[in-house]
Every structure is written in C-alpha cells, then in structure tokens.
Design a protein around this ligand. Structure first.
Ligand SMILES: Nc1nc2c(ncn2[C@@H]2O[C@H](COP(=O)(O)OP(=O)(O)OP(=O)(O)O)[C@@H](O)[C@H]2O)c(=O)[nH]1
Ligand SMILES: [Mg+2]
Ligand SMILES: [Zn+2]
Length: 304
C-alpha cells in the first residue's frame, strides 16, 4: 500500500493512505540514493507501507519530485529535510519580534530555487511596525517582487487579510517555514478550522528559545490543497552546493552569467569582465543580495 507522510516525529510517522491514517515506524535503514540526512523520510514523502500486527512499517520511499533541505548545525555533515514534493515554499518573515535577517531569507530562497520551487515571502505581524519600518517593508517588498518572488503582508489582528493567503494556497501543496515565533501556526489556524495548532500565548512571547510547534505536519484543506506547518528554524545552512552553482539560484545573477568574461567559471568575485560585479556597481543588482551571495560562496555567513 502507498500513502503520504503527513507527520514525522523522527521515530513515528503518520501516513494517510486512502481515507485512513496509519501510524508507522521505519524498519531498518531506509536511504534514498545519494542523500544523507538526519531524517530519511519527510513530510510530503510518498511511501510504501506494510500493515503488521505489532506496528505498521514504512518499507520504502517513492521517488521525490523535490525537497527542501537545510544544514542544521555548522560543521556537521547532517542535513535535514523540511518537506518533500511541494509546490511552493512559503517563508514567514518578521522585521520585528523576532527579526528575520536578509541573509536567512536569501538562503531559504536559494534552497527552494535549487529545485525551482516557487517562493513566497509573507511579511507578518505588520501591526507591530512603525511608520519608518513600514516604509522599509515597502522597499523590501518592491525589491523582492522585482526578482520575481511574490510577497504578502499579514497581521493576525486583521484576519480579513487571510483571504489573500487562502487563494495562494488553493490547489497546491505548500510548505510554511520561518523562525520560531514569527506566527506560522497562528496564520495557519486562521486559514482553516481544520487546523488547530498550538500557538504561543502572547504574554509568554518574550520567553526566548522555546519552540511551540515541534513536528512538521501536513494539513489537507481540500482534495487539491495541503499545507505543511513546521517547527521554527534558527539557522539555515546550504547543502551540497558548489560555489559555481550558487549564483544560478539567484535569478538576477543567473541571467547575467553568459555576459561574464569567464562565463560559467566566474564566481563574480575579482574576475575581470564580470557582468554581475558591474551590475552591483551600477545598482541594478541589489547590494544586499550580492553580499549574501558572497557570504554563501565564502561560507562566512552566520546563517541566522
Ligand atoms: N502582534 C502580532 N502577534 C502575532 C501575530 N501573529 C502571531 N503573533 C503572536 O506571535 C507569537 C508566536 O506565534 P506562533 O504562531 O506560535 O509562532 P510560530 O511561528 O508558529 O512559532 P513556532 O511554532 O515556535 O515555530 C504568539 O504569541 C502569537 O500570538 C501578528 O500578526 N501580530
Ligand atoms: Mg508553530
Ligand atoms: Zn561574473
């Protein structure tokens, strides 16, 4: 029997097959060829299961169309799959409480772009922003939109805005990710009565370091629509990318590569005749993107 993994605790997996949910475990080692992750089976994976008396068992994974992968802790070979087989990757971002850095945003976007998974940035908790921050937000939205990345503002205090978000989800399987406390679960709870995730009490928000959502979980909203809530992520490290390929995942740099004197060998660093460096100097490539690119290539980012 085959089914889709809707929840993973690391030792137990919920698998929906037909209209039934089966709690399963993994027997032995399941490895997808060429991938070394801490979690071989991820939410969104299609798996083969066998029903047994003592426990149901996942015996294999069907080929993935894509996955979102990140490296969790510096200097370890282990990576973590957030979800598999998704149609869009949504990053919930806050400028304030907590602050999401542009480096974190760009590493997320690059990880999704590596599989050509469409990306969306939700700038959340806009009620907390003063006039100056709102102007900065407009500027950020304009800059990301110019790169072809959709953006949306939201505040849980203005629930009517949720309709835009529902439209974005419709007909797709979406991953929702971001730092802990940005309001992912609150947003999803507003989306559908079928989702009743625990969220942090407003009063206890200042307690740092506690994650409210602890396991990734997929919610089926209708026959064609599902959304995956994930635990907050502190660091986002890139996995298995060579310096040469990173700029291919920056759409604005990908387009210029052929104009660099050294073509696909150009790291857009000190090379003469580099079209990307020229574009940064001329202001047609946003400096922040170039800086984050540079940090990714040199590995000097702090991932937060
Ligand atoms: N002011 C304000 N607070 C919000 C908004 N959305 C969520 N919050 C609050 O932010 C806190 C964190 O919300 P959660 O939904 O639990 O955050 P999360 O991203 O799911 O966090 P983890 O599960 O730990 O990853 C809660 O106290 C929410 O009430 C918003 O739009 N405005
Ligand atoms: Mg949550
Ligand atoms: Zn170049």
């Amino acid at each position: 029997m085959t089914g889709v993994v809707t929840k993973s605790t690391g030792s137990w997996y919920d698998v929906w097959a037909g209209r039934e949910k089966y709690e399963c475990r993994i027997r032995g080692k399941i490895r997808l060829e060429g991938i070394k992750e801490t979690n071989p089976v991820a939410v969104g994976d299609w798996v083969k299961i066998e029903l047994e008396n003592e426990a149901n068992v996942i015996t294999g994974i069907l080929p993935r169309k894509n996955h979102i992968l990140r490296q969790s802790v510096k200097k370890t070979a282990h990576s973590n799959i957030l979800a598999a087989n998704i149609d869009q990757a949504i990053l919930v971002v806050t400028l304030h409480q907590p602050r999401t850095s542009l480096g974190f945003i760009d590493r997320f976007l690059v990880s999704a772009e590596a599989f050509r998974i469409p990306q969306l940035l939700i700038f959340n908790k806009t009620d907390l922003l003063d006039e100056e921050q709102l102007i900065r937000l407009s500027d950020l939205q304009k800059r990301y939109e110019a790169l072809g990345i959709a953006t949306l503002r939201h505040s849980a205090l203005i629930p009517s805005g949720i309709d835009n978000f529902k439209n974005i989800l419709e007909g797709k399987i979406s991953l929702v990710a971001g730092h802990s406390g940005v309001g992912k679960s609150t947003l999803l709870n507003q989306t559908s009565d079928l989702i009743q995730q625990t969220t942090k009490e407003i009063s206890s928000f200042s307690e740092k370091g506690t994650h409210t959502t602890t396991f990734a979980e997929m919610f089926q909203l209708n026959e064609h629509t599902a959304v995956i809530d994930t635990p907050g992520i502190k660091e986002w490290g890139l996995v298995d990318m060579t310096p040469q390929e990173i700029s291919d995942y920056f759409p604005e740099m990908r387009d210029l590569r052929l104009e660099c004197k050294f073509g696909s060998k150009c790291l857009h660093w000190h090379e003469p005749g580099c079209a990307v460096k020229k574009a940064v100097e001329e202001g047609t490539i946003w400096e922040s993107r170039y800086e984050n690119y540079f940090n990714m290539v040199t590995g000097s980012d702090n991932r937060k």
